[in-house]
Design a protein around this ligand. Structure first.
Ligand SMILES: [Zn+2]
Ligand SMILES: [Zn+2]
Length: 510
């Protein structure tokens, strides 16, 4: 029997009799064109009539050289007359997938593909959309449209392929450093044996922790992209950043925003190799952030500390807090805080980020890393890959070590002549100019204190119950070109860490 068109996933319909489900299906047109953010690169049109009933049709199209992802969307106007079109595709040499009437579109990329389709290289040349035509009524005519988009590497974010999970601007909470069985993530199998850990457990843990985005940063590989394409259709309120942990003998660094191949094989002291890696990542619009730079390197953890010869002017972000070894204290001597502060003192503008480095999302004991602890909380224009990365670059970001999903830390500094800068922003100040700063800190917990770091003077005060502090008449920094705030517990352990406001000192008389 010809398989029927599958219903879209609608949990509320579970348990309804099949008849009702069938009737409901009739109400949904079989092909709805999706808005894809930009015009299609190719549009194929045609029609089917009764002689096409229970036949197949191939629609040739040409894939140009240099394409690393394609997207196909099928729509038609025959829903009211019960015309059904099935969808599949062939590349120049082989069959690449079939979704029948279950989907109206698909993507195929080098690393991942819509379930039902085979990822891999996209050979240029003559491809064919394969239409199956299980039903056309005797007197029906249905006009179809196939829209095809191509993504070329090195052209930055492409709106046809980067659709946000949520459109609204706001604070978004994520874990930027996670591992699954696609690298060295392990957890007990169903019989209790240690086994590579499947990615869906990390997704479940991320939802339980109230996260909005995650990065599965496997060591040097992107094989997780295929699993993510499937899981993202189920966990459809969770954004997954393309990521990997470039793992070298002289340090680890996460690369966010691309699945493109990157060579991780840096030699000893290989500054040119690192520059080539940064060139390649930047060409993809990706963001590179060294991980756990304060860890010692040695036989316990080979290459874990960051010792690579680095042009820090090219590094936009740094993992300053890692959850990998809770026993050492997330913000203790092995954190990246000391390096971060040093870089800021040198005038670098590096956004501090955090990642839990969780390898087993099923462990909940306090001595194990937990998904979402620490979390990186980013102010972004949307919950989409380009906007989250832009939010990290902008520096309006705080780190939450407490695991309280309601935690919030934000501040804005104002000059007396009405200029202002939030976290990540810059103020030009004359020597002796004074600043007013409003700090908002919510969900910081009992006994929390507010502390200033950098060149704004010694501030260490109890956080009032409302969480808002107005600091007036602060002297402009005379040396350090940055300041930021942290919220600490009664014992001094950091709960929230804010990013800097940067200061440019005007020369006297300017
Ligand atoms: Zn690492
Ligand atoms: Zn890692």
């Amino acid at each position: 029997m010809k398989p029927r068109r599958n219903p879209p996933r609608r949990p509320a319909l579970r348990g309804l009799p099949a008849l009702w489900l069938g009737l409901l299906l009739l109400l949904f047109p079989s092909g709805v064109a999706l808005a894809q953010g930009r015009e299609a690169d190719l549009v194929l049109r045609g029609e089917v009539r009764r002689p096409d009933h229970q036949t197949f049709r191939e629609l040739p199209f040409r894939v140009p050289a240099g394409v690393d992802r394609l997207r196909v969307e099928l729509s038609h106007d025959g829903g009211a007359t019960k015309t059904v079109l099935d969808l599949g595709v062939r590349d120049p040499t082989r069959f690449r997938g079939w979704s029948g009437g279950a989907r109206t579109g698909f993507e195929i990329g080098e690393s991942g593909a819509t379930p039902g389709y085979l990822p891999g290289p996209l050979p240029p040349g003559r491809w064919r959309v394969v239409l199956g035509i299980p039903n056309v009524r005797p007197d029906a005519v249905a006009r179809y449209t196939v829209r095809i988009w191509f993504r070329r590497p090195g052209t930055g974010p492409d709106p046809a392929f980067e659709r946000p999970v949520r459109e609204a601007a706001g604070w978004y909470r994520g874990d930027l450093h996670l591992h699954t069985g696609h690298s060295d993530g392990r957890c007990p199998s169903v019989t209790g044996q240690p086994a590579p850990c499947p990615a869906f457990l990390t997704f479940e843990a991320a939802r339980a922790a109230g996260l909005d985005f995650i990065a599965l940063s496997e060591h040097n590989t992107t094989s997780q992209a295929g699993a993510l394409a499937e899981l993202s259709t189920h966990f459809d309120d969770l954004l997954v950043l393309p990521a990997r942990e470039v793992t070298t003998f002289e340090g680890h660094a996460n690369v966010y925003g691309t699945w493109a191949p990157l060579d991780f094989r840096l030699g000893k002291g290989d500054a040119a190799g690192l520059a080539r890696l940064l060139d390649a990542a930047e060409g993809e619009g990706a963001l590179v952030a060294p991980n756990h730079p304060g860890l010692p390197s040695g036989e316990v953890c080979m290459g874990c500390g960051w010792s690579a010869t680095t042009d820090w002017s090219r590094i936009p972000a740094l993992e300053v807090v890692s959850g990998g070894v809770p026993a050492l204290g997330m913000d203790g001597a092995f954190s990246g805080l000391a390096l971060w502060n040093r870089l800021l003192d040198q005038g670098r503008r590096v956004t501090g980020i955090a990642g839990s480095d969780t390898h087993d999302p099923t462990r909940t004991d306090p001595m194990s890393p937990q998904v979402g602890r620490p979390a990186t909380v980013v102010f972004a224009r949307s919950l989409g890959v380009p906007d989250i990365l832009a939010g990290i670059r902008s520096g309006r970001v705080f780190l939450d070590l407490s695991g309280n999903r309601a935690a919030r830390l934000d501040y804005v500094a104002r000059t007396r002549d009405g200029r202002s800068a939030a976290m990540g922003g810059e103020l030009s100040l004359a020597p002796g100019e004074v600043l007013d700063v409003t700090v908002t800190a919510a969900g910081a917990g009992e006994g929390a204190r507010l502390r200033a770091v950098g060149g704004i003077g010694a501030i260490d005060m109890p956080l009032p119950p409302g969480g808002e502090v107005r600091l007036e008449g602060l002297a402009a920094p005379d040396k350090a070109s940055w300041f930021r705030f942290e919220v600490v517990g009664p014992g001094g352990a950091r709960r929230l860490i804010g990013n800097p406001v940067y200061v440019r000192l005007k020369p006297p008389g300017a």
